[in-house]
Design a binder for this molecule. Structure first.
Ligand code: CA
Length: 534
């Protein structure tokens, strides 16, 4: 094993080469390429920690070794949680308590408003435009360029972590023969659990998709997939190895549709119009037509259908109830961390893969570049993280990968497109010039700075919103000459790489040909004259 002196010298060499002091400066980090997982690299990692040099965390942490990591993903959870204040009826006491002992990123955004591209981005550390992953298929592992690309989980594994995964972290789990390469242990899969015998709501448009359902029905908490996942995760904490740090990734399913929960979870909620979103009365108005193309024809009902079938309040109530249910499962996991005495040496990272509309802008679902689709919960707590802090700087889920490498002392692979959040975990008010970028299909981007949102669509149309005076994005300022400078300042952040959809792309894929001004949605041409589907 390396001696402390040898590790110290090697650490100095690494720092001189740019690792890990590359964070928070508005540039992509330049870091070490990860070599194959060799015994010497793992031994070096441990020697580093034994000397308290791993990542500059507190001496207490260094003495105790690298922190455990509990990565909590939630599917389709928007800002209807206590710390983000997105809905006055949101009831999330456990996420609230995590927020009290950590740092809340109140202006955090996904890289794509859809499961597969968002999760692929977080796991690979690359933007959708850099991979061509825009739709629900393909799996990024099917692409030659990404077949061996180290994920966040693999980077920590190579640095000595034992990695265990349950629920929905990947959108598509790898094929069985390749799973061992991803993590050390695969736990339960993901899903809603017990379902009612038949849908609870009337047939929905676009094929009456079975997932488009919501409401209470009699079943037990233990029947639900998220309950079972939390049980597994708590057990894995108890069974952790004494000689390796643990990365435990738990991906919860709710409040993804179908939004079912046992009746008790609905009891505290009213049934009246107070359930409706705070921005419920806002209409879409004269916004660029291209915004419709991003979600042209989908199973998620439009607001018109929700109103006509008296389902709007029911959907909002069910989403709120399911959010409280999943919050309770997260609470069980937080309790287990406390009961195991791990609170002071465990980094908890909680995020959602994207937001969700519940009637705002006349739709339900995701697949837009507005705040409703892009704003996500992102909370970190644990060693090295300020408690009770709220950061208003725009940050990205893309930043999670370099952040965890930084805080856990793991070398980050070259080319990650996010930056470590360490500066804002120490001081939530630290300066950050870099905005958050969300991409949905090729060439469509939102640039979210602290004050503004610029949306640039592939056909050249734009939207601009001033969040200082218009938090619900009701007044598109893009056409006003007074804002030309603001638009230009935001445009310069647009990603320079916009790959075409990767081979095998499918499901919610949109392309646009500027020569013909024709869009193609799921293989069907969409022109300026095509009626907007209802
Ligand atoms: Ca999702």
């Amino acid at each position: 094993m390396l001696s402390c002196t040898e590790a110290w010298c090697r650490c100095l060499t690494l720092r001189a080469s740019g690792w890990p002091a590359v964070v928070g400066r508005g540039k992509s980090p330049r870091a070490l390429s990860i070599p194959g997982c060799s015994l010497s690299s793992v031994l070096w990692f441990w020697a580093l920690w034994a000397c308290g040099l791993g990542s500059g965390l507190t001496s207490t942490v260094a003495e105790a070794g690298p922190p455990h990591v509990v990565l909590i993903a939630i599917d389709d959870l928007n800002d209807w949680i206590g710390p983000l204040g997105g809905h006055p009826l949101a009831h999330t006491p456990n996420i609230d308590r995590l927020a009290r002992r950590g740092t809340v990123f109140a202006n955090a955004h996904c890289q794509a408003p859809l499961c597969n591209p968002s999760r692929s981005s977080l796991l690979t550390g690359l933007r959708p435009g850099s991979t061509g992953i825009y739709g629900l298929a393909p799996s990024f592992r099917t692409l030659p360029a990404l077949a061996r690309h180290p994920t966040l989980l693999q980077s920590l594994r190579q640095a000595g972590y034992r990695t265990e995964l349950g629920g929905k972290i990947f959108h598509q789990a790898p094929v069985p023969q390749e799973r061992d390469a991803e993590v050390d242990l695969w736990g339960p899969g993901f899903g809603p659990g017990k379902q009612p015998a038949a849908k609870l709501i009337p047939p929905t448009p676009m094929g009456n998709h079975p997932a488009m359902d919501w409401g209470p029905f009699p079943h037990a908490d233990a029947d639900k997939g998220d309950y079972q996942l939390a049980t597994w995760a708590c057990e894995r904490l108890k069974l952790r190895s004494a000689d390796r740090p643990l990365l435990l990734a738990a991906g919860f399913f709710l409040p993804h549709v179908p939004c079912h929960a046992p009746p008790a979870w609905f009891a505290r909620l009213p049934t009246d119009d107070t359930l409706l979103p705070p921005a419920a009365t806002l209409v879409r108005g004269e916004l660029p037509r291209f915004g419709w193309y991003l979600h042209w024809n989908l199973p998620e009902p439009r607001l018109k259908w929700l109103r006509e079938h008296d389902q709007w309040r029911n959907l909002c109530r069910s989403y709120l109830a399911c959010t409280t249910f999943v919050d309770a499962q997260i609470g069980r996991l937080l309790d287990a961390i406390d009961e195991q005495g791990l609170t002071d040496n465990t980094l908890v990272v909680l995020f959602s893969d994207h937001g969700f509309h519940l009637g705002e802008k006349q739709i339900s679902g995701k697949n837009t570049l507005w705040e409703r689709s892009t704003r996500v919960p992102l909370i970190l707590a644990g060693p090295g993280v300020a408690a009770g802090a709220v950061c208003q700087r725009p940050v990205e889920l893309l930043d999670v990968y370099p952040t965890l490498c930084d805080l856990c002392g793991a070398p980050a692979p070259a080319g990650l497109e996010g930056v470590s959040l360490r500066p804002w975990l120490v001081d939530a008010n630290a300066r950050r010039a870099r905005p958050a970028i969300t991409t949905h299909n090729r060439g469509n981007h939102a640039v979210r700075s602290e004050r503004w949102r610029l949306i640039a669509y592939a056909d050249g149309s734009e939207e601009l919103y001033d969040h200082a005076s218009d938090p619900h994005e009701t007044r598109n300022l893009a056409g006003l000459p007074d804002y030309a400078k603001v638009r230009a300042e935001h445009r310069r952040w647009l990603p320079p790489i916009n790959l075409p959809p990767a081979p095998g792309s499918a499901h919610r894929v949109l392309t646009y040909d500027p020569e013909t001004d024709l869009a193609t949605w799921e293989g069907t041409a969409v022109s300026r004259e095509s009626p907007i589907p209802e």
